[in-house]
Design a protein. Structure first.
Length: 458
């Protein structure tokens, strides 16, 4: 594989070897990419339940950790983002430990702690295996490819076998697994992936510059296909929060243009897109969307759902008032609510109620710190790109920072409607942004050293 200079229009670093000009040679990276697919599709839940009997996920995860350790990639990059992830996990553990003491809820939720531990460990796996800018974009591509497979299979089950959920008076697309497969959760997963799709579109030429003709030709077509697949899937979920989040995504993208003229063009295109989609939607979808501002236009269940979120928030605040430090314990929202509050067996259905109610100030503070550091890293990526424009990669890292920032904004917005604190997206975005910042700083450092050397020679 030909080595390219730092300033060339490619993401391949000098001395980086790719098989056939496209495939990374790191086995540990491939295992991480496959784990992305496993974690999203979760075949042991519905598709291949026999995998659960042999603990396939746990065995694979242990093998992946062993490969990373033995491959010489066990030295992790130490930064403040990693520290915030550790602090957040410590807060989760504390909430679980003190739940039995303070909230008097028997049986500590070690299952939730374990599930979150797997996400934390994979954060550090990503930090270890992503060693070049090409590998960073490769992992993001694995994520979008997995989402495409997931959505294609979900729509296949919906249209061919009639797999769906019927509630709120409408048929709703659901996923092919149980953990994130609910219509609202599925819509959230889709919308949060869209900023990464925009990022891949912005770097498609640099990413595929050395690829064989076949793959180079089909990569942009795949991105267009995923855009259609994602949009149609959001519509089929009939998720009001998903629809509103998609509108917010379009707004975020339209304000990315540099200069007033380009911003106005982007805003106009965004408005045309949204208006076109509105007129193209079937009346059933329009009526479902209209219940956001006119609850009486839909079934009574839609209004009950909205009121349930409000009641869930109030329940979370009561838990926070009673146990302000560590909350009632991670995963203990429903047991505590049923036993000591209103007897309703429902979650908070909002981020603030979940975090403060289950983990208190300790967990809420750690969660907010982790998000703030991720957003600061995204800002630093933009600042470094403005500081130096001699390397194309800095613009790429800036675009990735924008994608991570927009995805976090969408997650926070979705947090108004859903309890999404323990989703994998938060830590994956943190890993992407901090890895990008590491590479960007390295490029700027090398550029500074070259400039200093030239000045010294002259």
């Amino acid at each position: 594989m030909k080595a390219y200079s730092e300033g060339s229009k490619t993401l391949v670093s000098p001395n980086e070897e790719l098989k056939r000009g496209i495939w990374p040679r790191s086995f540990a990276l491939w295992m991480a990419g496959f784990y992305v697919a496993l974690f999203i599709i979760r075949p042991w839940e519905v598709l291949l339940p026999w995998l659960a009997d042999i603990y396939f996920e746990k065995v694979y995860a242990l093998c992946m950790i062993a490969v990373v350790f033995l491959s010489g990639k066990k030295q992790l990059r130490q930064d403040f983002q990693a520290l915030t992830v550790i602090l957040l996990f410590a807060a989760v553990v504390l909430s679980a430990i003190f739940s039995e003491i303070s909230a008097k809820i028997p049986l500590i939720s070690w299952e939730q702690v374990y599930e979150y531990l797997t996400i934390v460990i994979f954060f550090f796996i990503l930090m270890a295996v992503i060693r070049t800018r090409y590998e960073l974009v490769f992992v993001v591509t694995c994520y979008i490819v997995t989402m495409a497979v997931y959505l294609a299979k979900s729509q296949w089950e919906f249209f061919v076998y009639g797999q769906h959920r019927y509630d709120m008076g409408v048929y709703r697309l659901c996923g092919i697994e149980l953990t994130f497969g609910g219509p609202n959760s599925l819509a959230m997963s889709i919308v949060v992936s869209l900023p990464m799709l925009v990022f891949l579109w912005s770097v498609r030429n640099e990413f595929s510059v050395g690829w064989p003709i076949f793959w180079k030709k089909w990569f942009p077509r795949f991105l267009v296909f995923y855009a259609w697949l994602a949009l149609s899937s959001v519509i089929l979920t009939n998720s009001r929060s998903g629809m509103v989040s998609f509108v917010l995504f379009v707004i975020l993208v339209t304000f990315r243009g540099r200069g007033i003229g380009r911003k106005l063009i982007y805003i106009l295109l965004g408005m045309i897109l949204l208006v076109t989609l509105w007129f193209a939607l079937p009346q059933e979808k329009k009526d479902r969307f209209r219940t956001i501002w006119d609850p009486e236009s839909g079934p009574a269940s839609a209004q009950v759902s909205a009121e349930g979120r409000e009641e869930g928030f109030k329940a979370g605040m009561i838990m926070f008032e009673r146990f302000p430090l560590t909350g009632v314990g991670i995963g203990k929202f429903i047991p505590y609510r049923v036993r000591y509050l209103d007897g309703i067996p429902l979650n908070a259905h909002n981020l603030a109620g979940q975090v403060l109610g289950e983990t208190g100030i300790v967990g809420g503070g750690a969660f907010l710190l982790m998000i703030m550091v991720t957003l600061i890293n995204c800002y630093k990526l933009r600042a470094l790109a403005k500081k130096s424009r001699s390397d194309k990669s800095l613009e790429m890292f800036s675009n990735l920072g924008l994608a991570c920032r927009d995805a976090i904004i969408l997650l926070l917005f979705e947090g108004i409607f859903a309890h999404n604190a323990l989703r994998y997206n938060w830590l994956w975005l943190a890993a992407f942004s901090t890895s990008a910042l590491y590479f960007a700083r390295h490029i700027v450092k090398q550029e500074t050293q070259r400039n200093d050397y030239v000045k010294a020679v002259l």
